[in-house]
Design a protein around this ligand. Structure first.
Ligand SMILES: [Zn+2]
Length: 65
């Protein structure tokens, strides 16, 4: 069965909450991707320092020197 796009969940990178297109209050497009947030405050926090949150999110054993 094809999964409905509305049921996909995204991680609110600011507070770590899972949100979907249905439950997200705010969305923000950055570098070709759309990020979803549980609140306006989270979106504004991300918008102020997107790289900070994206870098945290990418810590999956990548070794960078
Ligand atoms: Zn949030």
């Amino acid at each position: 069965m094809k999964q409905q796009d509305n049921e996909r969940t995204f991680k609110d990178l600011v507070c770590g909450m899972e949100v979907s297109r249905m439950t997200a209050v705010e969305e923000y497009g950055y570098q070709g991707k759309t990020y979803y947030f549980c609140s306006q405050a989270c979106r504004e926090t991300f918008e102020a320092e997107p790289e900070k949150y994206l870098r945290q999110h990418r810590q999956h054993g990548l070794k960078q020197k």
